[in-house]
Write a protein that binds this ligand. Sequence first.
Ligand code: BT5
Length: 248
Amino acid sequence: MADSLSPDAVEPLLAGGFGRPYVYEESCESTQRLLSEDAPEGAVAACEEQTAGRGRLGRDWTAPRGTAVLMSVLLRPPAERRVAELSLVGGVATALTVERATGLSAQIKWPNDVMLNRGKVAGVLAETRGKAVVLGIGLNANQSRGELPADAKTPASSLRVVDATVRDRAALLADLVTEVERTYKLWAVGGLDAIYEELGSRDFLRARRVIVEGVEALATGITRDGRLEIATNGGRRLVESGEVEYLR
Ligand code: BT5
C-alpha cells in the first residue's frame, strides 16, 4: 500500500498544538482553499493531489498524486509583525524538516524556495485572508526525476532524487507541522531576529551574482527584517519582494 496523508496516518504523529483540526481531502483544487478565515490558528489542510495548485504571482504548483507533501496552515500573526516575513518562517521550518529527513544541509532561496543540492525541493506561499494568513508549503518528497516539472526557472528536485530514498509522507508532514509551529511562535514573539541564526546560515543567494529587475548585482544576504540586500555599481539596495534570478 502506498503511504497516505489521511488523518489516520497523520494525527497520531502530531506532537504539538498545530494540526487541530486536521482537514484532509484526497483531491482538492488547492489546500490554500480548504481553510476558512475563521478556522482556529494552527488548523492544517492537506491532500494527495491538487487540481489547481498555486505558486506565487499566478504561477502553478504541480505534483503527481501521492508523491508530495501538500499542506496549508492557518496563522493569525500579531499586528506588529511583517506578514511578508512568513514565507521565510515557512522556509526555515521546511529546511529544518528536510535536513532531519535527509541528514543533508538545505538552503533557503529568498524569498520562498527551499533548496537541496542546488535543486528546489519545496516552495512556500503566504496569502492573507482578512487578518489571517494561509501559509502553504509544497514539499517534493517522492517524485522521480521524470515526475518533476522540467521547465522550471529554478531547477526542481525532490528528496528522492537527491538520495534515492522513498519516504513516509505522513511522518514528513507531521514533522513539518511541528517545525512550522515552533518557528512561527518564535517569530510571533521576537520577529525574524528570533530565528535569524537558522535563516542566515542557510541563505542560498548570499555571495551569488543575481539579476534583479534586469540589473546584475551581488547578493549580500537576507537582512534581519527579511529583505534581500544586493550590491550594485550604484551602491547597496534592499529588495522588498519579487523575483531574483541567479547566475550559476
Ligand atoms: C512557490 O511558488 O514556490 C510556492 C509553492 C507553494 C505550493 C503549495 S502546495 C500546498 C499549497 N497549496 C497551493 O495551492 N500552493 C501551496 P513560485 O516561487 O511561484 O514557484 C512556482 C514555479 O515553480 C512554477 O512556475 C513552476 O515553474 C515551478 N514548479 C511547479 N511545481 C513545482 C514543483 N513541484 N517543484 C518545483 N518547482 C515547481
